[in-house]
Design a protein around this ligand. Structure first.
Ligand code: 5AD
Ligand code: SF4
Length: 466
């Protein structure tokens, strides 16, 4: 159905409110959902009480992420009381994990849809209109939504996400993602470049290429993932790996900043880092989750690399890009982790000098290899204490690293007004560090040279210079 054009139809257009949880990929998916629903006559609204349909695009990565959704669903009871025709959908990873159990457990939920069934959403909503409840949690080996034009939601008009692949084949033993997002598949590079150009034409200045493991991006004409060595000669000739994709994007939109996430220590290549070095518009920033500093724990996590391998990758990055920002994810208290192994994590953090880390307590996810193979045997108290030690160390490292910027000039892309003061702009430097400075005559979307004058654990503060 075309988008409604006449004023009469516009007034009867139904309204969709989407709330996103979890990772950037989910926020990017919500823009795909808005696009699909838009083609079927739904306009997005920012006001949940004005909505005919509310979708929660959910995360299942840790138990507390799911608890948050359960709490939110409780609150939505009052929305439904006010509007009996309100349709509530649970989408994304929690929907995929719990499937029809979610319909049994949460009586007010009308629609359950997994990450690969968003094209079916208008049909699922129509089924609810007809008086039923609707579910589709089929995973696909090919869906990339590559042909769709995402509707940018809650945008600052400056930076946007582009999804370059879906799913994950890594099977890290703690992780539910391979079960909720299915098999890994890469999106047609031409559609990625096209999306980047459209964003540039719309005035955007920065894109972030998204995938669970961008280093295993491989396009060879579509279909389920294959290893490069198993491609036919014809497929090899047209294949595009992640370094090629980065280069294509950097050349296609030379005035835009390009970022990407997430890298995998096993798969990141020198070719990718050399490509970053070759193009000024690819930001010097890599998110390279270590998870643990102990080779034994890494093996239990099925990460397929050792502590030494990880250190070699950091050395390779710093040799090629000495001022590259590197951040990490760390899990405390994974099954069987000993005190010495925890200390190895601290020492790896110290050695790596991460600019920042996302730090978590291990949360057992039902059905994952770790849940099947191991007992969640590190006590809650120990997990919390170890996490606290990890956080204290990271904060000290972040603070020292940020202090080292004092007196230096960094380039900042202005994203929005600073939360603290309407007199200041907020943006990020090349290394992804939040930087704040007085507005002067600059505008949102400007690239500004900023002299750093002070720094905290999270932020650089300075003044614009030229
Ligand atoms: N418990 C705790 N943290 C987890 N992560 C993934 N699964 C779990 C889990 N079961 C973390 C990892 C990953 C990040 C996205 O979330 O550090 O890199
Ligand atoms: Fe999960 Fe590992 Fe895939 Fe990341 S790479 S989504 S942690 S399985």
């Amino acid at each position: 159905m075309p988008i409604a054009e006449t004023p009469e139809v516009m007034t009867t257009q139904r309204k969709l409110y989407i709330e996103s949880y979890g990772c950037a990929m989910n926020f990017s998916d919500s823009e795909i959902i808005a696009s699909i629903m838009g083609e079927h006559g739904f306009a997005t609204t920012q006001d949940e009480f004005d909505a005919d349909v509310i979708f929660l695009n959910t995360c299942a990565i840790r138990d507390n992420a799911e608890q948050r959704i359960r709490e939110r669903l409780k609150h939505l009871r009052s929305n439904k009381k006010q509007n009996r025709d309100l349709i509530i959908g649970v989408l994304g990873c929690m929907a995929e994990r719990l499937k029809d159990k979610l319909l049994e457990e949460e009586k007010l939920v009308d629609v359950v849809a997994g990450p690969d069934s968003y094209r079916e959403l208008p049909k699922l909503v129509a089924e609810v209109d007809d008086g039923g409840r609707a579910i589709n949690v089929l995973l696909s080996r090919e869906e990339t939504y590559g042909d769709l034009n995402p509707v940018r939601l809650n945008t600052n008009g400056v930076s946007a996400f582009i999804s370059i692949m879906r799913g994950c084949d890594n099977m890290c033993s703690f992780c539910v993602v391979p079960f909720t997002r299915g098999r890994e598949r890469s999106r047609d590079p031409q559609s990625i470049v096209h999306e980047a150009k459209e964003l540039e034409a719309a005035g955007y200045k920065e894109i972030t290429l998204l995938g669970q493991n961008v280093d295993s991006y491989l396009w060879f004409g579509g279909g389920p993932k294959k290893e490069f060595k198993t491609l036919t000669e014809e497929e090899k000739a047209m294949s595009v790996d992640f370094a090629n994709l980065l280069e294509m994007t950097a050349l296609a939109v030379p005035g835009m900043r390009i970022r990407y996430s997430t890298s995998h220590p096993r798969d990141i290549t020198e070719k990718v880092v050399l490509t970053m070095a070759k193009y000024d518009n690819i930001c010097n920033y890599i998110h390279l989750p270590a998870q643990s500093g102990s080779s034994r724990v890494l093996e239990a996590m099925n990460r397929n690399y050792s502590r030494e391998w990880y250190m070699d990758k950091i050395t390779m990055i710093r040799n090629i890009l000495p001022d590259c920002g590197v951040t990490s994810d760390i899990i405390s208290g994974f099954c069987t982790e000993t005190e010495e192994e925890h200390l190895e994590t601290l020492s790896l953090m110290e050695w790596s000098q991460f600019d920042y880390s996302y730090m978590y307590k291990y949360s057992e996810r039902p059905g994952t290899p770790a849940a099947k193979k191991f007992t969640d045997d590190v006590s809650e108290e120990t997990k919390s204490r170890r996490l606290q030690e990890i956080i204290v160390l990271q904060n000290a490292i972040s603070k020292a690293k940020h202090h080292a910027y004092i007196g230096k000039v960094v380039e900042v892309l202005i994203e929005s007004e600073s939360k603290r003061s309407s007199e200041e702009w907020k943006g990020r430097n090349d290394q992804n560090i939040v930087t704040v400075f007085p507005k002067g005559n600059y505008q949102k979307g400007d690239f500004v040279k900023v002299l750093v004058e002070s720094a905290t654990t999270t932020t650089l503060q300075g003044k614009a210079v030229g």
